[in-house]
Design a protein around this ligand. Structure first.
Ligand SMILES: [Zn+2]
Length: 292
């Protein structure tokens, strides 16, 4: 799942590659992915790309329509979605089917991009609006962790008001902090040496300092590593940079203890017991159920 650093890099890549290009064709292939119908997607034809923005994990392609109005083509790539840039798009329209293609945009110079989604769980969402605030998920977003507004005291207040909620859940709650997902929250908690299950309001002042430095540091490092990469290379770069997320069974790069995981129905988190939980493995509900 692309998180803040990858979406930021995708936005920069598109600004560089596609600015000023005019839309020749829009092909909405997966109708389920389209979350808006007014204005119709056909109004993108003849529109020119002005800039590309990021809101949390949402990618926002800002167009000037043929009538001069602003049009925002916005997507949330969800877990298995991606944007594939094509120097040369096919001349013939794509046929709706069961494939990964959700939406194809072709520019007048023949280039363009595909929004695709692998797997059977279709969660990729595409919106066409006049104002990004018309997308619910965007209007509800919390503070951007790479913005100057995300201070240590802002994080302290978010944690304090979250009471007994687990810090992993708090820092991945998009209405609190916009853009942190499952992977970079695992990384930040490992850097900060905090258990993902600690109650948010119970963190000491020093631990809040550590968590703030870890969240901003992890995101900044990942954004730096992703900057300048082509869309096609971003996923591999993200995997390369991860120290604990997705590393179950491998040695912790800091202390060499074995990275463990906790599984949920649709995802899992990873952590280092020595660095984060005083050496104690966290209960894994799936595992405990199997053992009963
Ligand atoms: Zn460790």
């Amino acid at each position: 799942m692309p998180e803040l650093p990858e979406v930021e890099a995708l936005a920069a890549f598109l600004r560089e590659t596609a600015a000023d290009l005019t839309v020749a064709r829009v092909e909405p292939v997966a109708v389920n992915a389209l979350k808006t119908f007014d204005p119709p997607f056909s109004t993108l034809v003849g529109a020119a790309l002005v800039t590309v923005q990021r809101h949390g994990k949402f990618l926002d392609l800002v167009f000037a329509a043929a009538d001069g109005e602003r049009l925002d083509l916005i997507t949330h790539l969800a877990r298995a979605g991606w944007l594939q840039w094509k120097a040369k798009q096919p001349r013939t329209p794509a046929r709706p089917g069961r494939g990964p293609l959700a939406l194809r945009v072709v520019f007048t110079d023949g280039s363009g991009f595909d929004l695709t989604e692998a797997g059977t769980q279709k969660r990729l969402a595409v919106y066409l609006v006049r104002d990004p605030a018309q997308v619910d998920g965007i209007s509800r977003l919390g503070v951007d962790p790479l913005s100057p507004e995300f201070t240590r005291d802002v994080l302290a207040a978010l944690l304090a008001e979250s009471g007994r909620a687990q810090i992993k859940g708090v820092i991945t709650d998009q209405s609190k902090i916009a853009g942190v997902g499952n992977a970079y929250s695992d990384e930040a908690l490992w850097v900060a040496r905090l258990s993902p299950f600690r109650p948010a309001a119970a963190l000491t002042a020093t631990e809040v300092d550590q968590l703030h430095a870890a969240v901003t540091g992890v995101l900044r490092d990942a954004a730096d590593a992703a900057r300048g990469l082509a869309a096609a290379d971003l996923k591999a770069e993200k995997k390369l940079g991860l120290k604990v997320h997705g590393q179950t069974g491998l040695p912790c790069p800091r202390c060499a203890d074995t990275i463990r995981e906790v599984s949920f129905s649709d995802r899992s988190l990873q952590y280092c017991p020595t660095c984060q939980t005083d050496g104690r493995p966290l209960a894994d509900r799936r595992l405990s159920k199997l053992l009963k």
